[in-house]
Design a protein around this ligand. Structure first.
Ligand code: CA
Length: 229
């Protein structure tokens, strides 16, 4: 999988449903992980930090609602959007599902087209550059679809890594990213890269951003990492 490919974790015990979901999500460009139980799902969330979770309500062992509750209680996982799936007969529990912190709720049997639209909505909210949105920060414009960056009207030349770094920063201006977090997001978890590599690419990104003038918008936060603005 490529590092900036959005990831989704499907937690669903029924094999046929799980595979249909995974197939469609992969067709949408997601890297998909699968879990059959709530316990397995919780484990994979910690291991893989997925962008989005599609979670079935009725699971053997730890129920979907309990998985949701636990993930929304923990600071490190609470921001991962969760789309809950539930059978029609459980519709009365809809309010309870949303109270538990699920970000969206889809009733079975669902239309795959609709579910994919809901997933894209959540993704747009948390990682706008991965769905081809245009991001703006100050005089910097990043067009994720055309893969181009302009600053003050000038086209900037960025390598693929610098482009992904900038997209990450522009999705959350002001947020401080540690080198490890940038490695996970930009290079991907499966690859071993030294954290000093991050500094090298930050240097290149700074150079590219200021080539035609303008202040360096990237901030080095001592002992913490980097931030945009
Ligand atoms: Ca189920």
């Amino acid at each position: 999988m490529s590092a900036d490919q959005p990831t989704v974790l499907v937690i669903e015990d029924e094999p046929a449903q799980r595979e249909v979901l995974a197939y469609n999500l992969e067709a949408e460009g997601f890297a998909v992980s699968r879990a059959e139980t709530g316990d397995e799902g919780l484990l994979l969330v910690d291991e893989q930090a997925p962008d989005i979770i599609v979670l079935d309500w009725m699971l053997p062992g730890v129920s979907g609602i309990e998985v949701c509750r636990r993930l929304k209680m923990r600071p490190e996982t609470r921001r991962i959007p969760i789309i809950m799936l539930s059978a029609r007969s459980e519709e009365v529990d809809r309010v309870r599902g949303l109270e538990t912190g699920a970000d969206d709720y889809v009733i079975k049997p669902y239309s795959v087209v609709e579910l994919m639209a809901r997933v894209r909505t959540q993704l747009r909210r948390i990682r706008p550059s991965t769905v081809g949105e245009t991001l703006e920060y100050d005089d910097i414009i990043l067009d994720a679809e055309a893969h181009k960056v302009h600053r003050g009207g000038e086209l900037l030349k960025l390598g693929p890594t610098e482009f992904r770094l900038l997209a990450t920063f522009m999705e959350k201006p002001g947020r401080v990213w540690s080198r490890e977090q940038l490695l996970d997001r930009v290079w991907g978890r499966d690859i071993y890269v030294d954290t000093r590599t991050v500094d090298v690419h930050i240097g290149r990104l700074r150079k590219a951003l200021t080539r035609h003038g303008g202040d360096d918008p990237l901030r080095t936060v001592r002992g913490a990492g980097y931030a945009l603005g």
